[in-house]
Design a protein around this ligand. Structure first.
Ligand SMILES: [Cu+2]
Length: 142
């Protein structure tokens, strides 16, 4: 073994504790918020939540400086009636995606202080304590 090979092995061993630790990596894409009709103090937030890491990502809460309260909701149809219920968490498997979309899971945003055309920050709180901030554009529906 020459000195170069020995050096390479040392570098690999030094990097191992970091590369071997599995972690989820939340990437938020296509994030948008359609404004509610005038007088409604409740918006919904939609996005694609991708996990680019090699362990599950578990979102347990969301917050925003532009809203009094943010919760995770799911729209379900019970006996032909559309209802919303609060979810404790969203789990995104490693390499997978979860979609927040009209008629399904969404963020429920109460008491908005956000104008159309602006971008607001939504902070996702993960089960492992990490926080991931994403910009959501407030815009009309297509
Ligand atoms: Cu809702």
């Amino acid at each position: 073994m020459n000195i170069l090979q020995r050096g390479l092995i040392l570098v690999l061993v030094a990097a191992l504790p970091f590369s071997a630790r599995a972690a989820g990596e939340l990437v938020v894409e296509s994030a948008w918020i359609p404004p509610a009709p005038p007088g409604m103090a409740m918006y919904a937030g939609y996005a694609t939540l991708a996990n680019r890491g090699d362990a599950d990502v578990v979102i347990t809460a969301a917050q925003s400086p532009q809203f009094d309260d943010v919760s995770i909701h799911e729209t379900v149809v019970v006996d032909g009636v559309s209802k919303m219920r609060a979810l404790d968490a969203i789990t995104i498997p490693a390499g997978g995606e979860a979609t927040l979309a009209p008629g399904g899971r969404h963020l429920m945003l109460m008491e908005p202080r956000a104008a159309i055309g602006t971008k607001v920050d939504i902070v996702f709180v993960l089960a492992d304590g990490r926080r991931v901030t994403a910009g959501f554009v407030v815009r009309e529906r297509d």
